[in-house]
Structures are given as structure tokens and as C-alpha cells.
Design a protein around this ligand. Structure first.
Ligand code: AMP
Length: 380
């Protein structure tokens, strides 16, 4: 690949959802073409890309054809097999590299990696058998969270164990094995940090944000997080350390718990753009998507500055999208529609961003008011 990637070159993106769509839009702004690879024929990213391939993530012939048509390969979906990754990496630069994906695909490897980088996580135990689970419960106590090690997202593939009686049923239901048992973190809040890193090892880190979930799906992101400055700084320092230790080239999100004493505990990492970074499109000169494109194309990485404070709210199917005409008619709501054809319950269909002057993020009532038709009144 030419260094840096010249305009008109093609960036290959594995995965065709909204993250790929917004990456392709950022790539287009810098003069690049995108070629999306995804198995679903109606992938939202296809609508905004110069080319696409519809094929399974394990289809070696299709992967090879795809690789030959692009200059560099990146991801919006990280759960592709080691064999597919190795094939892609043998043909084109793959950024982030296969090792980053291997670690982030597997909660056990991820926890081992984080702890070896002196990053605190919830206490955890690997669980292969029901005996392991019984022992792990005795060691970590209850409540605890039993999770699959692979393919979990949005709270899927996990079980909150409250009593030892829950263990056998949860163990039987969660697949594939092995599992991981994590001590329950009685968190005061959840947050995340996005970091980009170039092939030369230069990094840019965005402000820490607060994430609030509804039914295990991200609902609101507040940027910056209304946490103590030391908490935000600690999370950014950890994200930078993770990026360096994992030798990241590209973009990586780190999700954190903040416990009741203000301690920052890492939950998981994702080596791709992240839902909690969508606010950066409207509130930063360089969005998370452009940062990723710049990192994989070996362009200069500017500082991750924000020119405004922001709140991002996800539009989840079907109810939130029913408000689309009202959203468009409401001053101050910046709308983003993902072009998805199916309006299924629980599906992320779009988001809105609301901007505030820098360092003037309002409190709960101010946020609810600014969200207008999407604002739910805070609990009194
Ligand atoms: P995850 O799939 O690991 O991101 O978990 C999804 C959500 O489940 C998190 O955002 C938390 O709200 C909750 N959760 C996961 N792990 C734990 C834990 N060890 N302690 C408390 N809550 C957790």
C-alpha cells in the first residue's frame, strides 16, 4: 500500500452495518472509495459505498477477490475467524491487525491482556465445566455475571446470577463454551473512551463520555462525561496504554464502569468505531470515523478535539423511528438515519445529536428539554 494512501484509493470495510456506513461516508469526504464486504444483501453501508461484495465471512474465494480489489482493509464488525483474518492479512494490510481482533473477540484473552497491561477489570474466572462455575461462585461471591467468551453484544450471551440455584440453568443455556464468570461491579455509571493510533504509533484520544443503557442497548451518550476530571483523565490514560500495548493501528473503544468510589474499571474493548462515539460526527472537527480512516490510510492524526458538548440519543426500532417526522421538524436535533429497511424491535435505526456550547452540558432536565420529542423526563 502507498504511504499515505492517495485519494481515489479504495478502503475495504468488513461489515455492512451503520458503523461501516458512517466510515464509508467519512472516507468519501477524504476522496477515498469504499468497498464493503458483508453477507446481508440489504446492508445499510452498501447504499453509500462505491462497491460491495455479498458473501459469508468465511468464504475464502470471496474474501480473496475482495482483498484484491482494495488497498487496505479495516473492520466495522470484528467477529470474523482467525483463518479469514489470516487470509486477508496475507493479501493486503489489515488495520487493526489480526492480533488485536483475536484478543477483542474473546473475553478471556481480553481480560488477560487488560490485566497484563495493569488495567483493572472486574475479578473473573474461566468457566469450562459446571464444577468450575461452582468453584468460581465460591471465590467471587454473588451476584456475579456469567458470560459467553465470544459473540456477545448488547447484553446478549450473559446471565446475572443472584443465587447458587441459578448456576446450572445459566451454564446450560449459555453457548458456546467456554464461559467467563465476572464479579458484579456495583457501578455508579458507565463510560467509554475512543482512541485512534497511526502506523507510526502516534495516538489521539477523545474525551471520556457517559453511556446510559435501556434494555441493555445504548440509549444516551453524554459528551463529555459529567464525571470528576481525575476519573476522565484516568480513563483516557488507560485507553492510551491499551492502544500502545496492543499495538493498535486504527480506532479502538474502551468501555468502563465507574464504581461508587470513582474507580475506573475496564469492561471491554472494541477495535472499531463505537456507538458511543457517534456524537463526534457533529461535535468534533474530526469524527471517530474520520480518525479511523486517517489511521488506516496513514494520514496525519489530528488531536481529538471537541468544539461543542453533545448528547447522542439512539433511535431504536420501532417506536423511536415513528417519531422521525417530528425529529426532522424539531430545531436543534441533528438527525442521522441508517437507511435500514427493516424496523425490528431493538434494532438501532438511527441517532440524533444535540449540541451545547463547550463546557455547558446541562443537567438532566436541560437534556430532556433539548431532546424535545425524544426526551424522557428524568426521575424526580
Ligand atoms: P457487556 O456485554 O460486557 O458490555 O455487558 C453489557 C452490560 O451488562 C454492561 O454495559 C453492564 O451494564 C452490564 N454488565 C456487564 N458486566 C457486568 C459486571 N461484571 N458487573 C455489573 N454489570 C455488568
Amino acid at each position: 500500500m502507498a504511504k499515505p494512501l492517495a485519494p481515489h484509493a479504495t478502503i475495504g470495510i468488513i461489515g455492512g452495518g451503520q458503523l461501516g456506513r458512517m466510515t464509508a461516508m467519512a472516507a468519501a469526504r477524504l476522496g477515498y472509495r469504499s468497498h464493503i464486504y458483508a453477507p446481508e444483501p440489504d446492508s445499510p453501508a452498501f447504499q453509500v459505498a462505491a462497491a460491495h461484495s455479498i458473501a459469508d465471512y468465511e468464504d475464502e474465494a470471496a474474501l480473496a477477490r475482495f482483498a484484491e480489489q482494495v488497498d487496505v482493509i479495516t473492520f466495522e464488525f470484528e467477529n470474523i475467524s482467525a483463518a479469514s483474518l489470516a487470509l486477508l492479512a496475507s493479501l493486503r494490510p489489515v488495520r487493526p491487525g489480526p492480533e488485536v481482533l483475536r484478543i477483542s473477540q474473546d473475553r478471556l484473552l481480553e481480560k488477560q491482556f487488560l490485566n497484563s497491561a495493569s488495567i483493572q477489570t472486574a475479578p473473573w474466572r474461566a468457566v469450562i465445566s459446571l464444577d468450575d462455575l461452582t468453584r468460581a461462585i465460591a471465590e467471587l461471591g454473588l451476584p456475579a455475571v456469567l458470560k459467553t467468551t465470544r459473540l456477545g453484544y448488547d447484553g446478549k450471551g450473559q446471565f446475572l446470577l443472584r443465587s447458587p440455584d441459578d448456576a446450572a440453568m445459566a451454564f446450560a443455556q449459555l453457548n458456546p463454551k467456554p464461559l467467563i464468570l465476572e464479579g458484579f461491579v456495583d457501578f455508579a455509571a458507565e463510560g467509554s473512551v475512543l482512541v485512534a493510533r497511526s502506523p507510526e504509533g502516534l495516538s489521539s484520544v477523545f474525551d471520556m463520555v457517559e453511556n446510559r443503557h435501556r434494555d441493555h442497548i445504548l440509549d444516551l451518550t453524554l459528551a463529555p462525561a459529567p464525571f470528576a476530571p481525575e476519573t476522565r483523565q484516568a480513563a483516557q490514560t488507560m485507553a492510551l496504554r491499551i492502544a500502545e500495548r496492543i499495538d493498535l493501528v486504527g480506532l479502538l473503544a474502551v468501555e468502563f464502569f465507574i464504581d461508587r468510589t470513582g474507580r475506573v474499571i475496564a469492561n471491554e474493548i472494541a477495535p472499531r468505531p463505537h456507538n458511543s462515539g457517534h456524537w463526534t460526527i457533529d461535535a468534533c472537527p474530526v469524527s471517530q470515523f474520520e480518525m479511523q480512516v486517517r489511521a488506516v490510510a496513514d494520514l496525519p492524526l489530528p488531536p481529538a478535539r471537541r468544539h461543542a458538548d453533545a448528547v447522542m440519543k439512539n433511535l431504536i426500532g420501532p417506536d423511536d423511528m415513528a417519531l422521525w417526522p417530528t425529529i426532522l421538524a424539531t430545531d436543534g436535533l441533528i438527525p442521522h438515519h441508517y437507511g435500514k429497511l427493516e424496523n425490528r424491535p431493538g434494532r438501532k435505526l438511527g441517532h440524533v445529536t444535540v449540541l451545547f456550547p463547550r463546557n455547558a452540558l446541562p443537567g438532566e432536565f436541560g437534556i430532556a428539554a433539548a431532546l424535545g420529542p425524544l426526551g424522557t423526563s428524568p426521575q424526580a
